[in-house]
Design a protein around this ligand. Structure first.
Ligand code: SF4
Length: 380
């Protein structure tokens, strides 16, 4: 679902508050900001909901209208509906008439104070619940496995339907089409309930009281006080103060340790820079030892028609480049299916430049013996 649930301890922010309970009250006063990505996500969810209701012959809805709708969104929302129908067919093999809920409010306040969220699609059948979540964002890859947001939704679904169905198994699904990421993860009602009692409830209690340890980590990127958080700054500055032992050069294990910290460190540094620059530009804030200057810029035409007129008047006619539209632009223009039909075999994806990532990354390891001299690391 789009991030429109406003519970203090929302399911969509559960990853953060479970890891860093005091972040909830610490960021309470900071206003939410809307982004283009959030608006696009909302438009995609509304379109997907409409198409799903229509496909399932559920209570009629009016097709939503949005400037965000394009061929890509049409394709992805069609695929989302097809995926749910696929899940439904497998469910119907054992339960001919399962309950299907679209945009279902899921209340998990028996575990988290005032906790609720909205499940994009919940399928309830004999012995099993499926919770399916559409993620339209392309920035952060979202895993289904151990996903706290979906686990909380599942707790809400279990709570809502336990009187009607005996449910032992729960499967949560992430449908993230713009990352080609469709994953599911199965767990049991017992495991979820144990997690709720031993992990969620105690952390929620700390969070609403503003207690617990500030704990920096990957979840900081979704925290409203990320640029100014002292604990996060401390953790990153500790790396800069890392006491490397002699000899003069870093050992392999020290370099590996720095590599492991770099994503957090660079993200923190850019967050602080963006925050300080925004205050300086928008509120006239001054920072000791710093000043605002105009950044680099490139020349541009003030009026292209007049430029062409002037060039033609001067006898210069060879002034245009003709360029093929980019793959992304053409794919959007034609739609994925037609693009693939017309250009089958004419689009390749060359191997990307090698990059070091944590061992936990899902991509297969590159065999550099095969890659051999194909790759040359340069600055550009
Ligand atoms: S920035 Fe990170 S450590 Fe600081 S409050 Fe937010 S989640 Fe916690």
């Amino acid at each position: 679902m789009p991030p429109n649930d406003h519970a203090l301890l929302s399911a969509s922010s559960a990853h953060r508050w479970l890891e860093c309970p005091p972040s909830v009250l610490a960021s309470l006063e900071v206003a939410d900001t809307s982004s283009a990505a959030a608006e696009q996500g909302t438009a995609a969810h509304e379109l997907a909901e409409f198409k799903l209701r229509r496909a399932l012959h559920l209570n009629p809805t009016v097709r939503p209208v949005s400037d965000w709708h394009d061929a890509e969104m049409e394709t992805h929302t069609d695929d989302y509906v097809a995926y749910i129908q696929q899940v439904l067919s497998s469910v119907r093999e054992s339960t001919p008439d399962p309950l299907v809920c679209v945009e279902q409010r899921l209340d998990f306040s028996h575990v988290v104070p005032d906790g609720f969220g909205t499940g994009d699609c919940v399928i309830v059948a004999d012995g099993i619940i499926h919770v399916i979540d559409l993620k339209y964002g392309a920035g952060v890859l979202v895993e289904a496995e151990e996903n706290p947001q979906l686990k909380l939704y599942a707790l809400g679904a279990l709570h809502a339907f336990e009187a009607l169905y005996e449910v032992g198994e729960v499967v949560v699904h992430i449908f993230q089409p713009r990352r080609d990421n469709v994953t599911s993860w199965a767990t049991t009602a017992t495991e979820l309930t144990t997690w709720a009692e031993t992990e969620v409830a105690p952390k929620a209690e700390l969070a609403v009281a503003g207690e617990g340890e500030f704990c920096p980590g990957a979840w900081c990127q979704f925290c409203k006080i990320a640029p100014t958080c002292r604990a996060r700054a401390q953790a990153n500055l500790d790396l800069a103060r890392f006491e490397f032992a002699p000899p003069a050069e870093l050992t392999d294990s020290e370099i590996a340790e720095v590599l492991a910290q770099l994503p957090q460190l660079t993200k923190w540094a850019s967050d602080v820079e963006a925050y300080a620059t925004s205050l300086a530009v928008n509120q006239g804030k001054t920072w000791d030892g710093f000043k605002l200057v105009a950044g680099r810029s490139i020349r541009k035409y003030t009026n292209e028609s007049k430029v062409v007129e002037a060039l033609e008047a001067a006898g210069c006619t060879d002034v245009y480049d003709q360029k093929l539209r980019t793959i992304t632009t053409l794919e959007k223009q034609l739609g994925k299916k037609r693009f693939a039909e017309i250009l089958a075999g004419l689009v390749v994806k060359p191997a990307g430049k090698p990059c070091l990532v944590p061992i936990t990354d899902k991509r297969p390891a590159l065999d550099v013996r095969d890659a051999g001299s194909e790759f040359t690391l340069t600055d550009n």
